[in-house]
Design a protein around this ligand. Structure first.
Ligand code: ATP
Ligand code: MG
Length: 422
């Protein structure tokens, strides 16, 4: 579980602000969901035989003996809320963002507390909704300067009958190669064989190369929907590759599944994943409601933004003006004057020196803060009702501003405006 430090948060904010503006522009409403849900919500939706439910959840008994879990993902909670709050009478476009928790082996781009932005649409069965989600992602990558770094992989898992038939074919094939499978995959051979397709073990992947593919088993409706989706994406200029081995790590998907992947983050290359889950609402006690959604990993996107140079790594100094004052009278005057400045120059970050000390030590702090301007109040300034305005970054300031000037109190605002107008 990581700390996100002040020099990193500007990148997070950029991502968050870009996403929230974009989603609002597509008509999505933000929903804020609890971090804790009943454990059974996750085991019933994500699936008992999945990495998440088998070994990644942070679960605990509360004081009533009820088993609760820190959410490992957002879809289950969003569906729970949509059912409980009667949001499903009309088509809904929802999004959320926040921390998720999975007990995984931490590495670059993989943490135990990580952050996702999730998007869910309820009530539309046709693939135009799937396409909308992908268009929205494609636009987001463009806005973040990542369009060249991320590619879309698509697959269809078909309906449950098709999946059952495919599953049988896959099991028959894998049974014949059981000795070459890794231990996890062997264990899953009968409990959740589709998950084996997602195995990262090299030897298992080799076996999978010749395995039957889902595309040959699709039901007519799923096949038609998938073809339509591909057609819509092509018409809208979204590039994709069909990856017939793509399955997702959660059991609730049907029909469309997809991932946005990059080769620039090593093994943790999936920055966003999603798909259709037309049966989940009903499975969790709601009325049959088609649904589609995706979630993106914010850590990975921020890493990618930095890696791709899409984010300026030299974060601008958080301080514009640093105010120093020596002597009680000067401090009193400075405090009030800085407050008055904040009333009128709200766009500037003005830090007031606190804790006293000599001019020298205060100006050292001013310099360290990265501020462009120091404002100085001493006994002389109080007596003459002036303020000394000192430009701290001479080289960076164009024009004829001298290094230091003493200005009448009432001209302070105008002087600062002039300096920061450059
Ligand atoms: P992976 O195969 O990388 O484990 P996943 O299939 O478990 O991913 P999802 O549950 O679909 O991932 O979550 C969507 C996205 O959230 C992922 O594509 C990834 O970007 C991000 N994500 C998932 N788990 C983590 C984690 N432990 N740390 C950081 N990001 C994560
Ligand atoms: Mg995972």
């Amino acid at each position: 579980m990581n700390d996100i430090l002040p020099q990193e948060t500007p990148h997070w904010r950029r991502l968050e602000q870009t996403v929230s503006r974009l989603l609002a522009s597509y008509g999505y409403g933000e929903i804020r969901l609890p971090l804790v849900e009943k454990t059974e919500l996750f085991s019933r939706s994500i699936g008992e035989v999945t990495d998440i439910v088998e070994r990644e959840m942070y679960s605990f008994d509360d004081r009533n003996g009820e088993n609760l879990t820190l959410r490992p993902e957002g879809t289950a909670g969003c569906v729970r809320a949509a059912i409980q709050q009667s949001l499903l009478n009309v088509p809904q476009r929802l999004w959320y963002a926040g921390p998720m928790f999975r007990y995984e082996r931490p590495q670059k781009g993989r943490q135990r507390q990580f952050h996702q932005i999730g998007v869910e649409s309820f009530g539309v069965a046709s693939p135009d909704m799937d396409a909308e989600h992908m268009l929205l992602c494609a636009r987001l990558w463009r806005q973040l300067g990542l369009a060249g770094a991320i590619e879309l992989q698509l697959n269809s898992l078909g309906n449950s009958a098709a999946r059952r038939e495919y599953r049988q074919a896959l099991v028959t094939y894998l049974e014949a190669h059981v000795d070459a499978l890794d231990e996890d995959s062997r264990r899953r051979l009968h409990s959740n064989p589709l998950r084996i397709l997602d195995s990262k073990v090299a030897q298992t992947r080799q076996v999978l190369d010749a395995a039957p593919v889902m595309a040959d088993y699709l039901d007519d409706e799923s096949r038609a929907d998938f073809a339509r989706l591909c057609e819509l994406l092509q018409a809208a200029g979204v590039r994709y590759t069909v990856n017939s081995r793509l399955v997702r790590g959660l059991d609730y998907y049907n029909k469309t599944v997809y991932e946005w992947v990059t080769t620039r983050l090593g093994a943790q290359g999936t920055v966003c994943g999603g798909g259709r889950y037309d049966n989940l609402v009903e499975q969790l006690g709601g009325r049959q409601t088609p649904a589609v959604g995706f979630a993106m990993g914010m850590e990975r996107l921020v890493l990618l933004m930095l890696e791709a140079g899409a984010a300026d790594t030299s974060v601008p100094a958080p301080v514009d003006v640093y105010a120093v004052a020596a002597g009680e009278g000067a401090q009193r005057e400075a405090l009030a004057a800085v407050e008055a400045l904040r009333d009128r120059l709200g766009e500037l970050a003005i830090v007031q020196h606190t804790g006293g000390g000599s001019f020298k030590s205060q100006l050292k702090r001013a310099d360290k803060s990265g501020a462009r301007v120091a404002l100085i109040w001493g006994e002389d300034e109080v007596r003459t009702q002036t303020v000394t305005v000192k430009l701290m970054r001479e080289g960076a300031v164009p024009g004829e501003h001298s290094g230091q000037q003493c200005v009448p109190r009432e001209q302070l605002e105008a002087t600062l405006r002039a300096v920061f107008a450059d």
